[in-house]
Design a protein around this ligand. Structure first.
Ligand SMILES: Cc1cc2nc3c(=O)[nH]c(=O)nc-3n(C[C@H](O)[C@H](O)[C@H](O)COP(=O)(O)OP(=O)(O)OC[C@H]3O[C@@H](n4cnc5c(N)ncnc54)[C@H](O)[C@@H]3O)c2cc1C
Length: 421
């Protein structure tokens, strides 16, 4: 009896090993739909997974317009240990640091530690004459700080190196993080670099818009897309499909409840290099018109990024190329940040842009990462305002779902797409 049990156990073990071997040995055609930061990080970590073998595994990033053409190229780039959701933030924050170290991210995509604080201020009125001449007699330039200006800054609790906000009207400053808890990247440079690094290990970038994910009784089998250059419809075989289409996810998976919010931003070259601060502001506009909350991020390339609040006035266009930029919304951001900083008010506005944020319309708030219930079909989308922060973690987890059948680096049952289907 004992010997027949052990024979059976050995048989089962051999069969399992054989199945595992055949799965490992099988050819895989992995298609990642979307060349934003989530799709590019997914491709990157797929090419770095220990089971990845370029002779048997084909990885394609299928991008409708251009790599980082959406929010991933137009975001602020803040990464923070205090972001959400807490089950992937520490992993992703750590991976950002590792990527920067391994690939010289400091030079390549502006990775650096940064201060972060909440600033409350009353914006100053800037007269037309002052705008034209560039001089502002009603404010005290911090470059020539006198005792009165220094006193005002101290009273508001402003760190001494945050010397590019005017003291007039400053109400309060509160640090939002300690050392080592907040960093930043330049999102466009990060995303395009990561795509290149994935390409270097064998991933292929195809420009075309996915129109259909073909399914058979055994799960996914193909992806059909319209080629960007030729306009022709092509179908490529697929054993695995990762949908990372951000706010456009519903156009390929209508059952997934992800919506889109437009947000405007500007990039300004200040009159002089400014210290490394990211600021969440509350600015009372001159004349008490309204309180606005632009986020202001100094970048290492001597530019400052600022974004305003979102809107749902213009629905999501069919692609990143159709995004409408409302110049007056950009101007509102420029005026608001200029009302608290001479360096920004007198600086050169180099970019006015808009993009769409992917929101998960369900309790929990997303992102959604993992299996969809169809064999070989995975979702990595709905990263709201923390997609830059959470992209490396998401990519790593997707590589584990594809090659190991489960998330290994973090416990993410709350992000399971099947909970929301
Ligand atoms: C103003 C603003 C500031 C932000 N600041 C920060 C920040 O400081 N820190 C942070 O962590 N996050 C920030 N975010 C959030 C972050 O930008 C997003 O969460 C992230 O970029 C989402 O990445 P994604 O790859 O999912 O989507 P996207 O960047 O939108 O990429 C999706 C890609 O899929 C492609 N696509 C769509 N449909 C198809 C199809 N059918 N076939 C092929 N390709 C398709 C699109 O062309 C696009 O390139 C900010 C967002 C905004 C709007």
């Amino acid at each position: 009896m004992e010997s027949s049990t052990s024979k059976l156990a050995s048989l089962v073990s051999h069969s399992l090993k054989a199945i595992a071997r055949s799965t490992m040995a099988a050819e895989r055609e992995i298609v990642v739909i979307g060349g934003g930061i989530i799709g590019c990080c997914s491709a990157y970590y797929l090419t770095r997974h220990p089971s990845y073998d370029p002779s048997r595994h084909k990885i394609t990033i299928l991008e409708a317009t251009e790599i980082a053409g959406g929010a991933s190229g137009k975001a602020g780039g803040l990464i923070a240990l205090w972001a959400y959701p807490s089950n992937i933030v520490p992993l992703s924050y750590k991976l950002h640091a590792e990527l920067a170290k391994e690939h010289n991210g400091e030079q390549r995509w502006g990775y650096r530690q940064v201060n972060c604080g909440q600033l409350v201020a009353k914006g100053r009125v800037i007269s037309e004459k002052q705008k034209e001449s560039g001089s502002d007699a009603s404010s005290i330039s911090l470059q020539k700080r006198d005792a009165a200006a220094v006193g005002k800054l101290r009273a508001a609790g402003i760190p001494s190196d945050l010397d590019w906000v005017v003291p007039d009207g400053l109400r309060a400053y509160e640090s939002m993080s300690g050392p080592g808890e907040t960093a930043q990247v330049h999102p466009y440079l990060f995303t395009t670099s990561i795509a290149k690094l994935a390409e270097e290990k064998g991933a292929k970038i195809v420009l075309g818009k996915a129109t259909d994910i073909g399914q058979g009784p055994d799960g996914v089998k193909s992806v059909t897309y319209i080629d960007k250059a030729t306009g022709e419809s092509n179908t490529i075989p697929a054993t695995d499909v990762v949908v990372a289409a951000g706010p456009w996810t519903r156009s390929v998976l209508p059952q997934i409840s992800i919506s889109a919010t437009r947000a405007h931003s500007v990039v300004i070259r200040p009159t002089r290099p400014v210290s490394a601060y990211t600021l969440f502001t509350n600015i009372e506009l001159p004349g008490g018109k309204a309180i606005v909350s632009p986020e202001i991020y100094a970048r290492p390339d001597n530019t400052v990024y600022a974004c305003g609040e979102g809107d749902r006035i213009v629905p999501l266009p069919s692609s990143t190329e159709g995004v409408q930029v409302d110049q007056s919304r950009c101007q509102d951001i420029i005026d608001a940040v200029g009302s608290i900083s001479d360096e920004l008010r007198l600086g050169e506005v180099i970019t006015r842009q808009a993009c769409y944020l992917p929101n998960v319309d369900a309790r929990g708030g997303g992102p959604l990462i993992g299996f969809t219930g169809v064999k070989g079909l995975y979702l990595a989308a709905g990263h709201t305002c923390w997609g830059i922060q959470n992209a490396p973690g998401t990519g790593k987890l997707i590589s584990e779902f594809v090659f190991e059948g489960a998330a290994k680096s973090a416990k993410i049952p709350t992000l399971d797409p099947q909970r929301y289907l």
